[in-house]
Design a protein around this ligand. Structure first.
Ligand SMILES: [Zn+2]
Length: 627
C-alpha cells in the first residue's frame, strides 16, 4: 500500500508541479475572468485615434495575449500573498484573510474606477487618460470641479460606452452576491469522488496550456514591454515626448498604464522648475530706458475672437472696445493666434523668452517678468486663477505649477494678490497705484469666460443677451441659453477692460489685451462648447480655439510722447503673429536692452519675421492650415 503511494508520487510529481502553474488562475478565478473582460472591453471601446473609430481603425492587436500575461503576473502575486493554511488548519505566515480581502477589494475599486474615468474621458474629450488630462484635473479648483461635473456629467453617460463598464460591474456584483448566498449550499453538496490521479492529470493539462499561453504571450508582447520600460525610464519630459514619436513606441493599452504614465510625466514637469532656476542665471540687462513707464498686460480666458463685436460679431458684445477703436486709442490686431488651446501651455509660451521652434524647451529660457524686474520695473501680478500659496495641491503641475512655486514667484514678481474673486471686477479693485517707481509692469490674469459662463458675470446687470435673440434652429434651447451666457460674459469682460484702461488714462501707458486661447461656442458642427483636445487640428478647431483677439491701447500721453512707436503699432496691426513672441514686443516697450531680446520676434519691429511658421500644439502650422 505505502509502496504503491510512493510509486504514484514518484511518477506524478512533475505533473503536480505542472498543475501548480495553473493554480494562480484557479485560485483567483473570478478576478482573472472579470478583469480580463474589463481590459478587453476597454480595448474594444476606446479605439484611437478617436476620429478614425468609425473608419476602420482596429483595437490594439495584442489585447488578448498581453492581458493574459499581465493578469497572470497579478494572479501570481495574489496567490503568494493570499492566506495559506497548513493541513492541520493553522495559518501559515501570510496576510490575514480580512486584510487580503480588503486589499483585493481596493484593487477592484481601483481597476474599475480608472476604467470608468478613462472611458468617460474618451467619450467626452475624444481621448483616453493622458498627462494633459491629469494636468487638467490638477488645474481645476474645487469650485471648477463642481462646475465641470455639472457641465459634463449627465444621464446620457449611461447609454455611452461607459455603460458597458457599468454593466460588467453589475454582473460581477450579482455573481459575487450569488456565490456568497450559495456558499453554504455548496458546502453541503456531496460531489462524486474523483481519483486524485485524474484530478492531478487534468490540472497538469491545464498547466501545460498555461505554459503554452505564457510562451506565446511573452514572445508577442516582448517588444511592447521593452518599449514601456524605455518610456518609464525617461528623465525629462522632452525625452518622453521624443520616445513617443518613435515608430515602435510603447502602447499603453489599458487604463492603469495610462495613469502610471500620466503621473510620471507630471512628475517630470516638476523637474522643469529646476531648469527655470538655471535659466534665471542667464538674465543680463545692459540698460533700460523705461520707454513706456506703465505697461499693462491683461491676459483673458477662453475668448472666441468671432464672438467679439470688435472683430465683426453681429451682437454688441464689446461696445466699449469698439468705441475706443473708433476714437483711435485702441488698435485691434487682426491675425493673431495662440500656440495651444490649454491655459498652462499658453502661459509657459507667453511668459518665456523661448519661442516655438527653438531647439530648447520653454523652461530653458528666462521668463520676461524676471527680466523686467532686473531692469528696474516694479512687477505686479494679479491673477484670478492661480494663487502662489494655494492650499490645494491640485495646483501643482498646472499652468500655475511654476507660478505657484514660492522661490520662482519671488524672483518674478514684486507683488501678487492673495485672494481669488468670483468676478474679475473685484480683482481689478486690487490694482493699486504705486508712485515713485521709474517703471511699472502690471500683469492681470482674468477668469474671463472660463466655463461655466453663467457664473462669470453678474446676472442682474449684464444679462443683455437672451436665448430668444439667437436665430439658430440647429441648436437646442439649452445650447442657445449657453450661447447667451457666453456672450454676456464677453460683455462683462468688455466693462472690465474699460475699467482697467480707465485706471491708466492719465498715465504714459500702454494696455495690451490677449486671451490665453479661444473657445468652442457652437460656431460649427459638431456644435459643442468648451475645447476639443483631439490630437489633430483642423481649421474649424484652429478658428474657434486658437484665433484670438489681440489689441494695444495707448493712453493720450503715450500717443503724444511716442508718435513713432504709436505709428509702428498701427502699421503692424495686420501682421501675422503667434503669442509666444509677445515677450519680445514687451521688452521693446520697456526699452530693455538685453541679449535675450530678438527683434525678429517683435511684431512692431522692421526686422519682424512675417514668414515665421505658427506651429499650433507643436504639430500643425497655422499658416498652412489657413490656406
Ligand atoms: Zn484657458
Amino acid at each position: 500500500m505505502s509502496g504503491e503511494k510512493l510509486e504514484v508520487r514518484g511518477i506524478i510529481n512533475p505533473l503536480k508541479w505542472l498543475g501548480w502553474l495553473f493554480s494562480p488562475i484557479a485560485k483567483n478565478g473570478a478576478f482573472f475572468v472579470f478583469m480580463f473582460a474589463l481590459g478587453w472591453l476597454c480595448c474594444q471601446l476606446e479605439i484611437m485615434p478617436y476620429y478614425l473609430r468609425h473608419r476602420g481603425a482596429q483595437p490594439y492587436g495584442l489585447t488578448v495575449p498581453e492581458l493574459f500575461l499581465d493578469l497572470y503576473v497579478v494572479c501570481v502575486v495574489l496567490t503568494i500573498i493570499r492566506p495559506h493554511y497548513s493541513s492541520g488548519g493553522s495559518k501559515l505566515f501570510t496576510l490575514h484573510s480580512s486584510l487580503f480581502t480588503f486589499l483585493k477589494a481596493l484593487l477592484y475599486l481601483f481597476l474599475y474606477g480608472i476604467a470608468i474615468v478613462d472611458v468617460f474621458c474618451y467619450v467626452r474629450f475624444e481621448s483616453t487618460l493622458t498627462p494633459t488630462m491629469l494636468m487638467l484635473v490638477g488645474e481645476t479648483s474645487s469650485q471648477e470641479a463642481g462646475e465641470f461635473l455639472s457641465a459634463y456629467l449627465s444621464w446620457d453617460v449611461l447609454t455611452s460606452e461607459v455603460g458597458w463598464i457599468l454593466l460588467l460591474m453589475l454582473v460581477h456584483l450579482l455573481w459575487t452576491v450569488l456565490r456568497w448566498r450559495t456558499a453554504k449550499l455548496r458546502k453541503r453538496m456531496i460531489l462524486p469522488k474523483v481519483s486524485p490521479v485524474v484530478t492531478m492529470g487534468f490540472r497538469a493539462v491545464l498547466g501545460l496550456l498555461v505554459v503554452w499561453a505564457l510562451w506565446s504571450a511573452v514572445s508577442q508582447c516582448w517588444d511592447n514591454k521593452v518599449a514601456m520600460q524605455r518610456l518609464f525610464a525617461c528623465n525629462t519630459l522632452g525625452e518622453a515626448e521624443h520616445e513617443l514619436t518613435r515608430k515602435d513606441h510603447a502602447v499603453l493599452y489599458v487604463p492603469p498604464y495610462r495613469l502610471a504614465f500620466a503621473i510620471s510625466a507630471n512628475r517630470l514637469a516638476s523637474h522643469q522648475l529646476l531648469q527655470l532656476e538655471k535659466a534665471s542665471a542667464k538674465i543680463q540687462v545692459d540698460s533700460c530706458c523705461f520707454r513706456v513707464p506703465d505697461i499693462v498686460l491683461v491676459i483673458g480666458e477662453s475668448y472666441n475672437k468671432h464672438h467679439s463685436q470688435l472683430y465683426g460679431y453681429d451682437k454688441p458684445t464689446t461696445p466699449r472696445q469698439v468705441a475706443m477703436a473708433e476714437q483711435g486709442s485702441l488698435v485691434p490686431f487682426t491675425d493673431v493666434v495662440s500656440s495651444w488651446n490649454l491655459t498652462s501651455f499658453v502661459f509657459k509660451h507667453m511668459l518665456s523668452l523661448y519661442a516655438v521652434g527653438d531647439s530648447s524647451e520653454w523652461c530653458d529660457e528666462p521668463l520676461f517678468p524676471e527680466v523686467f524686474r532686473k531692469a528696474g520695473y516694479h512687477v505686479t501680478f494679479l491673477t484670478n486663477q492661480f494663487l502662489p500659496k494655494a492650499k490645494e495641491a491640485v495646483y501643482d503641475f498646472s499652468g500655475g505649477f511654476f507660478l505657484s512655486n514660492p522661490a520662482l514667484s519671488s524672483r518674478l514678481f514684486d507683488e501678487r494678490n492673495t485672494e481669488l474673486y468670483h468676478y474679475d471686477g473685484d480683482l481689478v479693485k486690487e490694482l493699486q497705484q504705486r508712485d515713485g517707481c521709474k517703471g511699472r509692469l502690471t500683469i492681470l490674469h482674468l477668469m474671463g469666460s472660463h466655463v461655466d459662463y453663467q457664473a462669470r458675470y453678474p446676472q442682474k446687470t449684464f444679462r443683455q443677451f437672451t436665448p430668444q435673440q439667437y436665430n439658430r434652429p440647429e441648436l437646442t434651447a439649452k445650447q442657445r441659453q449657453t450661447l447667451a451666457h457666453y456672450d454676456n460674459s464677453l460683455l462683462y469682460n468688455d466693462s472690465i477692460l474699460a475699467a482697467i484702461i480707465n485706471l491708466f488714462a492719465d498715465k504714459d501707458a500702454v494696455v495690451i489685451y490677449v486671451p490665453d486661447h479661444g473657445e468652442e461656442v457652437f460656431d460649427n458642427p459638431p456644435y459643442t462648447n468648451g475645447r476639443r483636445h483631439n490630437a489633430d487640428i483642423d481649421y474649424p478647431l484652429a478658428r474657434n480655439e486658437m484665433e484670438i483677439p489681440f489689441w494695444v491701447w495707448g493712453s493720450p500721453q503715450y500717443i503724444e510722447h511716442h508718435p513713432y512707436g504709436w505709428k509702428a503699432i498701427q502699421e503692424a496691426k495686420d501682421r501675422p503673429m503667434m503669442i509666444d513672441a509677445l515677450p519680445h514686443f514687451l521688452l521693446y516697450l520697456g526699452g530693455i536692452s538685453t541679449p535675450l531680446y530678438r527683434s525678429e520676434l517683435n511684431v512692431i519691429s522692421p526686422d519682424y519675421d512675417l514668414k515665421r511658421p505658427r506651429i499650433l500644439k507643436g504639430t500643425t502650422d497655422y499658416n498652412q492650415l489657413k490656406k
